[in-house]
Design a protein around this ligand. Structure first.
Ligand SMILES: C[S@@+](CC[C@H](N)C(=O)[O-])C[C@H]1O[C@@H](n2cnc3c(N)ncnc32)[C@H](O)[C@@H]1O
Length: 303
């Protein structure tokens, strides 16, 4: 089982997180994963205390085992939950000055261990249960969507969220197949999609966009994001910085719009999104679609 996750855009994150006075004392990491970003920032800022959230129980277990010393020393606190409920989660942390943070990071989407473990059901390349839940305590799975949603609901999901131009043929095939036997595994679905769509682009599995749409729906990655970002802004201390990394154009649009609409609170750190260099994209394919945006909370006098 792989527990490796290479943090994307690491140097740009550190650069953007660095305040003019050179110090930050608290980081709220809304998507801890394996702690790659959090502890790179902690190494950069010796005073930094890390307050972390992740909705994946495995990420929390990993932190408790791997960062036991940091937890004991009070440098790291971690809670299980979704940043969609951030305001309530933050109350569980101890010793946060005014319940505000100098740095807030959201590195959205899935981690490599989630994708790599067949039994999490995210991969169309390895067989596993058709699951795709980041939070193991939630009810909704990809299998439930595929086996119970109507033809129109599935078509809209694949068209609007997956950005598949003509999902009709695949949706019809899903409906016919599930009448015989409900879908249980990732490869049952991936093989059916490949059969109907055919392989058009070299190196690009025809199920890619379908699986992405299901994952986004299972984990509610789009709709609650706007409010969550507003909550993050509300938790920034004066001169605090919010950094968000997205991997999907619909997600990035939400971040861009919330940042633009928040000019009464501060300003965007970068007007143009930061993307990975060619070298980073080559060494870490996950970085290909990554986009970083930053927002600086300002004081009343500065606004
Ligand atoms: C891209 S990984 C973060 C990797 C991390 N920055 C690192 O360097 O190790 C995304 C993580 O965010 C978590 N996550 C995604 N959506 C979440 C949400 N709404 N609330 C809390 N955690 C979430 C996932 O479970 C996953 O562990």
């Amino acid at each position: 089982m792989s527990d490796q996750h290479i943090p994307v855009l690491l140097q740009p994150v550190i650069d953007m997180a660095t305040p003019e006075n050179g110090q930050s004392s608290s980081l709220l990491d809304c998507t801890f994963g394996r702690g790659g970003h959090a502890f790179a920032l902690a190494n950069e800022f010796p005073e930094l205390r890390v307050f972390a959230v992740d909705q994946d129980l495995q990420a929390v277990e990993f932190a408790k085992a791997e960062y036991q010393k940091e937890i004991e020393s009070g440098r790291l606190q971690i809670v299980h939950g979704s940043f969609h409920d951030l305001v309530g989660l933050v109350e569980k942390f101890e010793g946060v000055p005014n319940q505000k943070f100098d740095l807030i990071l959201a590195d959205l989407g899935v981690s490599s261990p989630q994708l790599d473990q067949a039994d999490r059901g995210f991969s169309f390349q390895q067989n596993g249960p058709l699951d795709m839940r980041m939070n193991q305590n939630q009810q909704l799975t990809a299998a439930e969507i595929v086996n119970t949603w109507s033809e129109d609901q599935l078509r809209d999901l694949f068209y609007y969220v997956g950005e598949v131009r003509k999902p009709g043929k695949v949706v019809k095939a899903i409906l016919n197949a599930r009448d015989e036997k409900p879908f249980r595994s990732t490869l049952e679905l991936a093989d059916l999609i490949a059969q109907k769509e055919g392989w058009r682009k070299k190196g690009w599995h025809p199920a890619t966009q379908y699986f992405l749409a299901l994952r986004i729906e299972v984990n509610q990655e789009l709709e609650p994001l706007e409010q969550a970002l507003k909550d993050m802004m509300g938790l920034l201390s004066e001169n605090g910085r919010l950094l968000v990394i997205t991997f999907h154009s619909l997600e990035d649009r939400i971040v861009k719009n919330v940042f633009k609409a928040s000019e009464d609170l501060g300003r965007r750190i970068n007007k143009k999104v930061v993307q990975a260099t060619w070298e980073e994209k080559k060494s870490n394919p996950r970085a290909r679609s990554a986009k970083l945006r930053g927002f600086l909370r300002q004081t009343q006098e500065e606004l």
